[in-house]
Design a protein around this ligand. Structure first.
Ligand SMILES: Nc1ncnc2c1ncn2[C@@H]1O[C@H](COP(=O)(O)OP(=O)(O)O)[C@@H](O)[C@H]1O
Ligand SMILES: [Mg+2]
Length: 259
C-alpha cells in the first residue's frame, strides 16, 4: 500500500503549556515536505510528539500512517509502523556500539524469526557507511559518544538508510554540517526517495533545500503551520527572512511564548 501519513488537528503540551496548537499536514509516499520556522515555534516539539516522547502530552488530534493511529502506540510500535525520527540532538549511549544498536533497531522492526542475518547486516552497513563516507571504525564506536555534531548527523542518516522507514522526520539534520558533509547527507536522503516513503524535513535554514528539493514548504509559527507553498517559498524566506510572513499574518511574536 502506498504510504499515506496524516496529521490532523494535533495539539500537544508540555508541563501544562500548550506548544502545538493544531497541526494539519498530509504527506504521501514519494513526497518531501519541509517545515521551516524561526527558533522556538514548536518544530522539534512536533517531531517529539509524533515519536511519543513522554514529556509531551498530546491533548487533541491524530497522526496516522495508512489509517493506523500512531498516537495510540508505544514508541516501539510507532517505529514498527514505519516512523523514523532523526533528532536535532541525538543521544549518546555509552556501552552500546553503533553496529549493535543498528542491528537491534532493524530487528526490533521485524517479525520474530525474520531477523536480519549477521552477514547481510554487515554487508549492508559497510555499503551504506561507504556511501556516507564514514570511517569504518564508527561501526564499533559507542553510539554517538564523542562524535562531533556532524558525525552524529551522518550517523542518523546511516540509521535511516539501514532501517528503511516509511515516514522519515529529520529535525535540523543540517545543523553542524560543513558544506561537504551537507552534500553527503543530502545525497543519502535523496538516495532514499521512493514512492512508498515520505519525508518531513525540519530546518531553520534554506540551504539544505538547495540539495534536497522539497515538493512542499510549510512555515511554522506559534505552534501552527501558518503558510504553505512550493520550493519558491523557501527561497523567499532565504532572501527576505521571516518578517514578511509575520507582517502578512499580523504576528508580533513568532515563538510559542507564554500562551
Ligand atoms: N522540554 C521542554 N521543557 C519546557 N519547555 C519546552 C520543552 N521543549 C520545548 N519547550 C518550549 O516549547 C517551545 C517550542 O520549542 P521547540 O519545539 O524546541 O521549538 P523549535 O524546534 O521550533 O525551535 C519553546 O518555547 C520551548 O522553550
Ligand atoms: Mg528545534
Amino acid at each position: 500500500m502506498a504510504t499515506h501519513f496524516v496529521i490532523d488537528g494535533l495539539k500537544a503540551e508540555i508541563e501544562g503549556k500548550e506548544i502545538l496548537k493544531g497541526i494539519n499536514l498530509e504527506i504521501k509516499g514519494g513526497e518531501i515536505h519541509a517545515i521551516m520556522g524561526p527558533n522556538g515555534t514548536g518544530k522539534s516539539t512536533l517531531a517529539s510528539a509524533l515519536m511519543g516522547h513522554p514529556k509531551y502530552e498530546v491533548t487533541e488530534g491524530s497522526a496516522t500512517i495508512n489509517g493506523e493511529d500512531l498516537l495510540e502506540m508505544s514508541v516501539d510500535e510507532r517505529a514498527r509502523a514505519g516512523l523514523f525520527l532523526a533528532m536535532q540532538y541525538p543521544s549518546e549511549i555509552p556501552g552500546v556500539t553503533n553496529s549493535d544498536f543498528l542491528r537491534s533497531a532493524i530487528n526490533a522492526r521485524r517479525e520474530e524469526g525474520s531477523e536480519i542475518s549477521l552477514i547481510k547486516f554487515i554487508r549492508q552497513m559497510e555499503k551504506k557507511m561507504k556511501e556516507l563516507e564514514m570511517n569504518p571504525e564508527f561501526a564499533h564506536r559507542y553510539l554517538n559518544e564523542g562524535f562531533s555534531g556532524g558525525e552524529k548527523k551522518r550517523n542518523e542518516i546511516l540509521q535511516m538508510a539501514m532501517i528503511e522507514p516509511k515516514i522519515v522526520v529529520l529535525d535540523e539534520i543540517d545543523s553542524g554540517l560543513d558544506i561537504d558533509a551537507l552534500k553527503i547527507v543530502s545525497n543519502g536522503v535523496n538516495a532514499m526517495r521512493s514512492e512508498d516513503r515520505g519525508f518531513l524535513i525540519i530546518t531553520h535554514y534554506q540551504r539544505l533545500l538547495n540539495y534536497i528539493t522539497p515538493d512542499f514548504v510549510h512555515v511554522m509559527m506559534q505552534g501552527r503551520i501558518v503558510k504553505s507553498g512550493g520550493p519558491e517559498l523557501a527561497q523567499r524566506l532565504e532572501n527576505e527572512g521571516y518578517d514578511w510572513v509575520k507582517e502578512e499574518l499580523g504576528i508580533v511574536d513568532e515563538t510559542v511564548g507564554q500562551a
